[in-house]
Every structure is written in C-alpha cells, then in structure tokens.
Design a protein around this ligand. Structure first.
Ligand SMILES: Cc1cc2nc3c(=O)[nH]c(=O)nc-3n(C[C@H](O)[C@H](O)[C@H](O)COP(=O)(O)O)c2cc1C
Length: 229
C-alpha cells in the first residue's frame, strides 16, 4: 500500500470513509469483491445489528469535539456533524455553553470520529469560526419543533435546580409559540471547523495499523505522510 491509495484531498478521503462506515459504499474490508460486498453488505449489517442491537441506533455523524480554554485546559464531548464541504466541518450548539466559551477564548478544536465496521478513526484539527446567523437559522428551521423548543429553553451547561424547572420552561414556550414559527435565538448556532491536519487510522491485523496524516502546507496544498502505529 502507498499513499496514492488514499485520495489527494483529505475531504474526499473523509467522505469515502464516512459513506463506507454507513455501508453506502463498499470498503473492501470484508475481503470480498466490490460486487459481492454491495450485495452482501446489507445482510451482514442486519446480522451485526441483530447481535449488537446498539448498531441500529449508531449515529455515524456523532463525533468527539475537543476544545481548550485560554489556559490550555482541555475538555471534550460528543456533537453531531451536520455538514461538510470544501470549507470544513459544521456542527451546532448553544453559544453560551462551555464549549462555546472555550472556543471564544481559543478558537481551535479537534474532531475525532470512530467507526467500528471496518475499524477506523479520523482525527481532524483546525481553526473554528461561527457560522452566520442566516446559515444557522436555515439549519434551525430544519429541526423538529420539539428540538427547537428544548434548545430555546436550555441554557446549555448552566446548573438548574431541578429537571421540572426545565420541563415547565418548555411548556411555557410551547404556549407562547403556539401556531407560530419559533425563531432561532441569537445564542444558538453553528460553527465551521476549517481543517489544517487530518489523520486516517485503520485497524489492521497484529496491530500493524495504518496511519496516514495530511497536513496543509503554506501554499495551501496537502502533504501526506505515514505515521508509525
Ligand atoms: C450522540 C450525542 C450527540 C450530541 N449532539 C450534540 C450537538 O450536536 N450539539 C450539542 O450542543 N450537544 C450535543 N450533545 C451533547 C454534548 O455532548 C454536551 O453534553 C453538550 O453540548 C454540553 O457540552 P459543553 O458543556 O461542553 O458545552 C450530544 C451528545 C451525544 C451523546
């Protein structure tokens, strides 16, 4: 195997692995021909999800997001990837949450995906910026009404005295917005992570794992290099 087996653009490589993780594209990891994998993959996935029921609920776009405050103290949590293109990776959250405060202080972050079939990890590092209100609002309007009400009610990452307090708040908002559109609040929206480094890891027999790193150079093109497992 050499680096030419991987796409020149890491975003294309990401897309390939992302689709393969969902079984939407053959990955070759089952040792079958592409034609046979296409035919058998849905069946194999059905068998797997019968044995491991949690596979059915697997969210392929769930990703660990790591941030750090201005002192460099790290924190991480899962968010859902809600879009990617040549500009970067998009996720949405509350702009007063802990992660958002850390991103205000230190607008750098890393994302870490893990998929089990085939065993793969993708690490992505980059600079982060807020999306425009218009872009956030577009995604906000696509969310189910219940999710919008909960997001409106929640001061994410702040303490509450009881869960009932939050339920009451949601009920009041339900009444307030009955028959009306729920506007996207100013303190809720998306971020764009603009990647400068990627690492693609694939588990291999005898721990001889594949690790390929892409780094953006000063001219803006991508340099690939193998890393030791
Ligand atoms: C599967 C999963 C998906 C999640 N998706 C999001 C998300 O897209 N946005 C978000 O703000 N929180 C999401 N969360 C909750 C976060 O992990 C976290 O609890 C919350 O954002 C507060 O984090 P913070 O206090 O570090 O800001 C998700 C959690 C899980 C387990």
């Amino acid at each position: 195997m050499d680096t030419s087996d991987f796409q020149n653009n890491p975003m294309d490589q990401f897309e390939q692995w992302f689709l393969q993780a969902q079984g939407k594209m053959p990955s070759g990891s089952l040792g079958l021909s592409e034609r046979l994998e296409k035919k058998l993959s849905p069946l194999i996935r059905r068998v797997f999800s019968a044995v491991f029921p949690s596979m059915d609920r697997f969210e392929y776009n769930a990703v660990f997001l790591a941030t750090a405050n201005k002192e460099g103290v790290p924190s991480s949590r899962v968010v859902l990837l809600k879009g990617y293109d040549e500009k970067g990776f998009r996720f949405y959250t509350n702009y007063n949450s802990r992660k958002a405060k850390e991103l205000d202080e230190n607008p750098k972050a890393s994302l870490c995906f893990y998929w089990g079939l085939p065993p793969r990890q993708v690490r992505i590092e980059g600079d982060v910026e807020k999306l425009s209100y218009d872009e956030s609002n577009k995604y906000w309007l696509s969310r189910p009404r219940g999710s919008r009400l909960s997001a409106l009610a929640s001061e994410q990452s702040s303490p509450i005295s009881s869960r009932e307090e939050l339920d009451e708040e949601v009920k009041e908002l339900e009444k307030k917005y009955e028959g009306q559109e729920i506007p996207c609040p100013e303190n809720w929206g998306g971020y764009l992570l603009k990647p400068h480094t990627y690492e693609f890891w694939q588990g291999m027999p005898s721990r001889n794992h594949i690790r390929l790193q892409y780094k953006k150079n000063q001219e803006g093109s991508w340099q690939k290099s193998w890393l030791q497992p």
